[in-house]
Design a protein. Structure first.
Length: 289
């Protein structure tokens, strides 16, 4: 974790500081899983096998519940080519080939804390995806800056869109249900048996539904979308943010937790939960080169 994040966390006390530690722990666990599974991918591995590898790795480390079960997308499916209905997002028998891009996406719940992460890579060299990943850095900076300015979420979404257009890319998170670029996540009550429905953890879905009902009464939504229901200032809480770029059948994204508070201090009003993540380290190396 970067020095700025350590210092900021040290200034936060009580329940929030404890929660930040819990959310950071499960997010790091998920990224460790992504890196471990990515290192094991070989030609011929299918999306279903890659998703199963993620599930097994996490279950061996104590994960028993999910915000959603792991996904894997290979080739042009990383850009959500021809994905029209929710069932098409689930892992298929598409096989990985040399040079092919992939995205691993998982949302485990561990010790009552949830994370939702996205990891982009390729089997060997893929210059297009490399460029996409480099250009995602500007989106991370834009989102944080405008959340700190307390701009409406819908406006920030539109500005991310404009940045993609200037970069020459297509917005692929618009293909997600409700076109979301982010959603709120919360603590999840731990149970001995944690069922799933349509690939999502029932406990997490209940929490999201409760947030949606509560937010509707107060004029905000737990879904960050291009639609009118997201035309409000950033709501305090943990947001899993995932800008997703596409270019000619290749896609790339990151997904990580953005913390929003009610602090009047701009730096404490919003910050990325952890700066020691694979894509952030990658950008630091590129800047130093």
């Amino acid at each position: 974790m970067g020095g700025d994040t350590r210092q900021r966390t040290a200034r936060l006390t009580g329940r929030l500081a404890a929660d930040l530690s819990g959310f950071r722990g499960v997010q790091r666990l998920a990224y460790e899983c992504a890196e471990a599974v990515a290192a094991q991918l070989r030609p011929g591995v299918t999306e279903r096998e890659a998703a199963r590898m993620q599930r097994e790795w996490l279950r061996q480390r104590g994960v028993r519940d999910w915000f959603h079960l792991p996904f894997a997308w290979f080739g042009d499916r990383t850009a959500f080519a021809n994905l029209k209905i929710p069932l098409q997002f689930f892992p298929t028998n598409r096989q990985l080939e040399p040079g092919m891009p992939f995205i691993l996406d998982m949302a485990p719940v561990h010790r009552g804390y949830a994370a939702d992460i996205g990891y982009s890579g390729s089997l060997g060299l893929n210059p297009v995806q490399d460029r996409l990943m480099s250009d995602l850095r500007a989106h991370r900076e834009l989102i944080l800056g405008q959340v700190r300015e307390r701009r409406p979420l819908r406006e920030i979404y539109e500005n991310v869109d404009r940045l993609m257009v200037r970069q020459g890319y297509a917005n692929r998170h618009r293909a997600y249900p409700f076109g979301v670029i982010a959603h709120k996540i919360d603590r999840v009550r731990e149970r001995r048996w944690s069922p799933t429905a349509f690939g999502f953890g029932v406990q997490s879905l209940k929490g999201l539904a409760s947030d949606a009902l509560h937010g509707h009464r107060e004029g905000w939504s737990p879904l960050w979308s291009p639609y009118r229901f997201s035309d409000h200032a950033p709501q305090p809480g943990m947001w899993a943010v995932e800008p997703h770029l596409g270019f000619r059948g290749t896609g790339a994204k990151f997904e990580e937790i953005l913390v929003v508070t009610d602090s009047r201090d701009p730096e404490e009003s919003a910050f990325w939960l952890d700066d020691d993540l694979p894509h952030v380290r990658r950008w630091a190396e590129e800047k130093a080169a």
